[in-house]
Design a protein around this ligand. Structure first.
Ligand code: BGC
Length: 329
């Protein structure tokens, strides 16, 4: 019986991953201008989108540019819906056109092996096989109003990893703090303020070619929340010792799949693996001094609360952590 229930829970999780959940919070200004049905869902910053459609990936103004997406209404998102009038804008950001090491060449000038491990670049999607039309990979969630790479380096999936480091909030006597209304203990997580958009976020980042996700999780956390890039060799060693212990403990995978990210295009999109590492006793990573580094402007332990607006789908990831650890939301 227990096995059957476990299998059912697993199937539901898999199904949700395949349809592209989570449906993220809308805290971006640009989200406000999309179709009316989506707009109503954007009303509160902590709402998880109950729709099956990506929303931030259709935000009218492409981030960091003056490029306006070709507007895609909800009923035209899916590729299966015929739409001969669809005329997406071609946009690849100047920084990507300079072809830095992290960016692919232009389509036509190289022969990527889509849906495969292409040398050290993983072009497989977490959500299954994606279609390739006229040599270009198609966003598995559907139309975005933009073709090209936008701000993303890879044609097809761009893989990220998000380490969610948590601890219990404690009072000065070391007791767990209980929320007055929900009567549940409060969790805190290490959050960074992103330099690019000023939003609070999990200190995640891109998986380097050939890198194991487990290493990306630890590396990004060390670089962004502990500023390991600028640490002295002795400090680096101390950081590495503490952090390796926590990240070697078995983390709780809370999400693996497509991310509704404002940088997505019809041909390039974000995917992530989000994993929770919990410092139950509060004396492992909790004791390391946080220091913002790399892409982070600020870093802090912040209370996990549904009212806290967060970048992209990060609020959804935290909700899963909270539910699993029976904490306040
Ligand atoms: C961020 C991750 C985020 C991903 C998808 C990456 O640039 O570092 O935290 O989950 O994009 O939005």
């Amino acid at each position: 019986m227990i096995n059957r229930i476990n299998n059912l829970v697993k199937s539901v999780h898999i199904a949700l991953t395949l349809i592209g959940l989570p449906y993220p919070v809308c805290s971006l200004e640009t989200c406000k201008a999309i179709s009316s049905s989506a707009r109503s869902l954007c009303a509160t910053s902590s709402t998880i989108m109950p729709s099956l459609l990506h929303v931030k990936a259709r935000c009218p103004l492409y981030p960091g540019s003056d490029t306006r997406r070709f507007p895609v209404p909800d009923d035209k998102v899916k590729w299966e819906t015929e739409w001969p009038e669809y005329s997406p804008v071609n946009y690849t950001a100047p920084i990507v056109l300079k072809r830095p090491v992290w960016a692919d060449p232009d389509i036509g000038s190289f022969t990527p092996r889509f849906n495969s491990l292409d040398g050290s670049v993983d072009r497989r999607s977490h959500v299954g096989e994606y279609r390739v039309k006229n040599g270009r990979p198609l966003n598995p969630q559907g139309r975005t109003g933009v073709i090209g790479q936008g701000l993303l380096g890879r044609w097809g999936p761009n893989h990220a990893a998000d380490p969610i480091v948590t601890r219990w909030k404690r009072d000065s006597a070391g007791r767990r703090v209980i929320h007055a209304t929900s009567k549940l203990p409060l969790l805190q997580f290490v959050s960074i303020k992103r330099k690019d958009c000023g939003e609070w976020a999990i200190p995640g980042g891109m998986v380097d070619p050939g890198e194991l996700v487990s290493l990306t999780l630890q590396r990004e956390f060390s670089e962004e929340a502990l500023n390991s890039l600028e640490a002295s060799p002795q400090e680096k060693e101390k950081i590495l010792e503490r952090i390796t212990k926590l990240f070697n403990s078995s983390g709780l995978q809370v999400y693996k799949g497509y991310v509704d990210d404002p940088r997505n295009t019809d041909n390039s999109w974000m995917e992530t693996v989000a994993v929770n590492f919990h410092d139950e006793t509060g004396n492992s990573v909790s004791e390391l001094p946080l220091q913002a580094g790399d892409d982070a402007g600020q870093v802090s332990w912040i209370d996990v609360d549904s009212a806290q607006p967060l970048y992209a789908s990060h609020s959804h990831f935290l909700e899963v952590v909270v539910k699993t650890r029976h904490a306040h939301w």
